[in-house]
Design a protein around this ligand. Structure first.
Ligand SMILES: C[S@@+](CC[C@H](N)C(=O)[O-])C[C@H]1O[C@@H](n2cnc3c(N)ncnc32)[C@H](O)[C@@H]1O
Length: 288
């Protein structure tokens, strides 16, 4: 979104529709794919050696292969193809066309295209009637929806899982910065905002009382024009996770400290929530 500097909000407003990143925009998504695959950072997706390790952990938490697994918000399919290589049938869904195309290419390249069905889909209006045996939602996706939308996203996932099926969600509980703003700038050859060389101003704002986190990036070009975009997160505290998942139709089995085998504590910055889709009958109020 192009803006005159004087029109920028002094402090980024979480989920500001004028500047919030549109993950499904084809141009932005093409630039995002570059970030997903970049092996010099763990930005949009983790580096492959980290993913290999995380997939080993997922395989211990998922049903034994072959199961039908939904990789929700799959990005470029880096987890999907590894789960397929372990023998699972994977449906890989993402709102970004470039990342989904990459997931398909990767599956072909790895010889698991018969086991990976990668499609463009928006988790906000998922209408998949398949009853998957399990689902994963990896790398801080749930909290990227506004707080009021998060139970509905979980309910969509619940409706595409069979009764009792596990859902594994990786969530960030707090950012690695104190309350307030941290900012920096650098000259870059390109970013999510442009393929041209520009000055990139980066601000991250943690509002502890609202429990939100915003990353705002502003590109300044040679002619003085600017472009701005942001990604927001509505975070949930550890103790409130069971009720968030219950509103989404799940019972929480375990919450781990990040990708470790240890239970989460109040000191955990990120968690892996293992929840189970509640039985449909148990969700119907008893007849009196
Ligand atoms: C941080 S990336 C994680 C991707 C992948 N899970 C991984 O770890 O490699 C977040 C992903 O969520 C996807 N996404 C964001 N909003 C979405 C939505 N409403 N429906 C489907 N996918 C969405 C983005 O396109 C992006 O690929």
């Amino acid at each position: 979104m192009t803006r005159r500097p004087s029109r920028l909000e002094a402090w980024p407003r979480p989920f500001d529709p004028h500047v919030e990143l549109d993950w499904g925009d084809p141009i932005v998504n093409r630039r995002l794919l570059r970030e997903h695959l970049d092996q010099t950072h763990d930005g949009a997706s983790r580096r492959l050696r980290v993913i290999d390790k995380q997939v080993r952990r997922l395989l211990r938490l998922l049903p034994r292969p072959p199961a039908h697994v939904l990789d929700a918000a799959c990005g470029p399919g880096l987890y999907s193809v590894r789960l397929a290589a372990a023998g699972h049938h994977v449906t890989a869904l993402d709102v970004g066309p470039a990342v989904v195309a990459h997931a398909r290419r990767l599956a072909r390249q790895d010889g698991v295209d018969g086991l990976v069905d990668a499609r463009v889909a928006d988790l906000r209006d998922l209408a998949d009637v398949t009853e998957y045996d399990a689902a994963v939602l990896i790398y801080h996706v749930l909290e990227a929806f506004p707080r009021r939308d998060q139970p509905a996203v979980l309910r969509r996932l619940a409706s595409s899982l069979r009764d009792g099926a596990p859902l594994i969600v990786e969530m960030r509980l707090r950012p690695d910065q104190p309350d307030g703003r941290v900012s920096s700038w650098e000259v870059v050859r390109g970013s999510l905002l442009s393929d041209r060389r520009h000055l990139l101003l980066v601000e991250t704002v943690h509002d502890r009382s609202a429990n939100t986190y915003v990353l705002r990036e502003t590109a300044v070009f040679d002619d003085g024009s600017t472009a701005v975009q942001q990604t927001s997160s509505a975070l949930t505290r550890l103790g409130a996770l069971p009720s968030l998942f219950a509103r989404g139709g799940f019972a929480v089995d375990a919450i781990y400290d990040g990708w470790t085998r240890f239970r989460a504590t109040d000191l955990s910055d990120t968690v892996l929530v293992v929840a189970r889709r509640r039985h449909r009958l148990a969700m119907v109020p008893p007849v009196s």
